[in-house]
Design a protein around this ligand. Structure first.
Ligand SMILES: Cc1cc2nc3c(=O)[nH]c(=O)nc-3n(C[C@H](O)[C@H](O)[C@H](O)COP(=O)(O)OP(=O)(O)OC[C@H]3O[C@@H](n4cnc5c(N)ncnc54)[C@H](O)[C@@H]3O)c2cc1C
Length: 414
């Protein structure tokens, strides 16, 4: 069985190992001069490759049962066993699975060494520009690619029994995934949903962001009007000069992108003091004013919030940090209301160049449970190119391993 894998990222390398492990003759085509460029930047260079709490509930897709069926075949246990089998020691940190060395390069090395040991032909610097039915050999596909290894670009082609397309989505195009693979699949007749950048920062209205840029605090978020519960998240918020960022923002950014696309904006409520309810916070502030006589608001709020953030809240309430704090209920309620229900208007999300993943892709209804195209038997898809995107926490790499491994093994079957 001669198999071509288009794209040497996480899904592609995992598929290559799975297929070669079943005695297939595997060639990986990678446009970059090295495979796995994106793996190296994952998890801030530490590579959060899976999560102990794994289910379709952590993914956006139109068919969660498809995802659960895939995890039954190749889920967390199989992924850990796979990497242990490659000699990679893993460690768990707050549910996330990482290489023990906390070096993403260790994951890439393990995959590359195994692929080479199994005799996988890794063709780097080869950009696949088309895949066609091989008219001379029915049932096979012709992979047409440009090779830039020599000084001049040469166009070559080769014929394969099976082709696995693992070109990624459009996120982080500097790593090689710029959406060209999706166009290639569309030329083969596959249907694709609209693409949005996901797991990225959110741009917001207002000229005050510079004054609070750099502040980090624990917060909870709610998209106004969301009834599904999907538009809620919590964790460490990062304030930037353009709006909001950080893992909890990343997790709902794809929903914000969709809403902004449809309505032009999206309203978000932020609770900047999520560990105390409104009444308790009000009581705390009142008692501080009673005990600390004749103190300014700056002094009263000292230690409650980051100083930049307290000044910002006071400004929103038309108060000055140097004003003497008065214990009248209305003023205190105004402050507490801003802290607990800060409303911001999102006007967009950061683009694909800063996103960690792609929302949307080739529809799951275009493939069967082996990740094989229904329209084009012999063509398989795996990884981010598919219409599945996970939240932060190792879920996107897990999808790449699961889909890549299943597709690789299935493609190698005679
Ligand atoms: C900064 C950052 C941090 C991240 N951190 C994490 C994390 O910690 N945990 C997690 O789970 N996920 C993380 N992700 C997401 C995760 O890395 C991706 O979802 C996953 O790598 C997708 O794998 P893939 O193989 O489908 O695509 P990719 O990894 O994008 O691989 C696609 C490959 O195909 C090649 N290619 C594209 N077109 C062609 C062509 N025509 N011919 C030949 N080759 C081609 C590309 O060069 C690329 O090497 C992160 C992403 C980013 C950008």
């Amino acid at each position: 069985m001669k198999i071509a894998i288009v794209g040497g990222g996480s899904a592609g390398l995992c598929a290559a190992i799975a297929a070669a492990g079943k005695n297939a003759n595997v060639t990986v085509f990678e446009r970059n001069d090295k495979v796995g460029k994106k793996i190296l930047v994952t998890g801030n260079g530490k590579c959060n490759l899976s999560n102990t709490d794994l289910s379709s509930g952590y993914y956006y897709s139109k068919d969660s049962e498809f995802i659960d069926r895939a995890f039954l075949r190749f889920g967390l246990n199989e992924t850990c066993a796979f990497f242990n089998g490659l000699g990679l020691l893993l460690a768990e940190k707050r549910g996330g699975i990482y290489p023990h060395s906390e070096q993403a390069s260790a994951v890439l090395d393990a995959l590359r060494f195994e692929a080479l040991t199994l005799g996988v032909n890794i063709k780097e610097g080869c950009f696949v520009k088309d895949i066609e039915k091989d008219e001379r050999k029915p049932g096979r596909y012709k992979v047409i690619y440009d090779t830039s290894k020599e000084e001049t670009v040469k166009t070559l082609s080769d014929s394969f029994d099976r082709v696995i397309i693992t070109t990624g989505g459009k996120a982080a195009p500097k790593t090689g995934s710029d959406g060209n693979g999706i166009k290639l699949a569309q030329r083969l007749g596959e249907k694709c949903s609209k693409l949005y950048p996901a797991l990225g920062g959110v741009k917001c209205e207002g000229d005050f962001w510079k004054s609070i840029s750099g502040v980090r605090c624990y917060a909870t978020f709610k998209m106004i009007g969301d009834t599904s519960g999907e538009g809620e998240s919590s964790g460490e918020l990062q304030l930037t000069d353009y709006g909001i960022s950080g893992i909890p923002v990343f997790c709902i950014s794809r929903l914000i992108a969709e809403e902004v696309d449809k309505k032009g904006k999206s309203e978000i409520e932020i609770d900047l003091f999520a560990d105390l309810d409104e009444e308790t916070l009000l009581r705390e502030l009142s008692s501080r004013i009673l005990i600390l006589n004749d103190r300014t608001y700056e002094q009263i709020l000292n230690g409650f919030l980051n100083k930049k953030l307290s000044f910002f809240v006071l400004k929103m309430c038309n108060l000055k940090p140097s004003d003497i704090a008065v214990g009248d209920l209305d003023t205190l309620k105004k402050i507490v209301n801003k802290v607990k229900h800060l409303r911001v208007i999102a006007t967009g999300v950061n683009g694909f160049d800063q996103a960690q993943t792609t929302a949307g892709g080739i529809l799951l209804s275009e493939i069967n449970d082996d990740f094989e195209s229904i329209k084009n038997p012999g063509i398989f898809y795996a990884g981010e190119i598919l219409d599945v995107d996970g939240i932060c926490g190792g879920y996107n790499l897990q999808w790449a391993w699961s889909s890549g491994h299943i597709a690789g093994e299935a493609a190698a079957k005679c």
